[in-house]
Design a protein. Structure first.
Length: 246
């Protein structure tokens, strides 16, 4: 009998697993997200490459730097610093791959080349969270950050190990401050190659946001919208996020 009452605590609508885009709003009373937080570079194309010319395993996922060639109306692809044109990235059938056929795998941002950013499941800024008021929200954050975001903060060396912490800005978090993500104040940050599940109630409706609460990671793109819908509100509004870097 007790188990029947506890069942809703364990059932959740999983919005995205690690590395999947989190595109849907959650309509359930329990909403679960799995996020991989990772450094990437802007103007790159993440794709598997079956070419044999270089020192990587066949079929490995690789990030190729790109630059737009307005004469060719296509991207130039750079491989280990060399412009390889568009014929050197090979699929499993031996055919040349074209980044224009895999637009969802491009991380273009605003045209800045090779700017280091922090992604959530490959997205920057991070995915929108859209839930109903009263929902229980669980976000498992796995960090694969391999170094701190800003080395110029060396004077705060005790804060610059490769950790991450997410603050849920605007959420009340009554009796739940240990999930509020203020690193070194309410909880420890998530260390590299570790994970932590933030659990919180979507108590107050409105357009909120989340952002890193650790050094200046939010300026590297680690932020996103957190929208809590009141009963009866419609999902017909778009949120607008402006990148914080220049
Ligand atoms: Cu904040």
């Amino acid at each position: 009998m007790i188990l029947i009452f506890l069942l809703p605590l364990f059932q959740a609508e999983i919005i995205c697993e690690y590395d999947e885009p989190c595109l849907r709003a959650c309509t359930d009373s329990v909403c679960e997200y799995f996020w991989n937080i990772e450094h990437r570079y802007s103007q790159t194309w993440r794709t598997s490459d079956f070419g044999e010319k270089r020192s990587y395993p066949k079929g490995a996922m690789r990030d190729f730097p790109l630059s737009w060639n307005s004469t060719k109306k296509n991207f130039d692809i750079f491989q280990e610093g060399i412009n390889v044109g568009i014929n050197d990235v090979i699929d499993e059938n031996g055919r040349a791959k074209n980044p224009l056929d895999e637009l969802e795998k491009l991380l273009l941002l605003d045209g800045q080349q090779m700017r280091k950013v922090i992604t959530i499941n490959g997205q920057v800024p991070g995915p929108n969270i859209v839930v109903n008021k009263g929902a229980l929200v669980k976000i498992t954050v796995k960090s694969t950050l391999h170094e701190e975001s800003c080395k110029s903060f060396d004077s705060l060396h005790y804060l610059t190990f490769p950790a991450v912490s997410l603050h849920w800005h605007g959420l009340h978090q009554y009796d739940n401050y240990w999930n509020d993500g203020a690193a070194m104040f309410s909880q420890c940050p998530v260390d590299a190659f570790n994970s932590f599940t933030y659990v919180m109630k979507a108590e107050n409706a409105g357009t909120h946001w989340y952002h890193s609460h650790y050094i200046i990671q939010r300026a590297d793109g680690l932020h996103g919208a957190f929208i809590i819908l009141d009963k009866g509100s419609l999902l017909n509004k778009q949120s607008l996020r402006l990148p914080l870097w220049s």
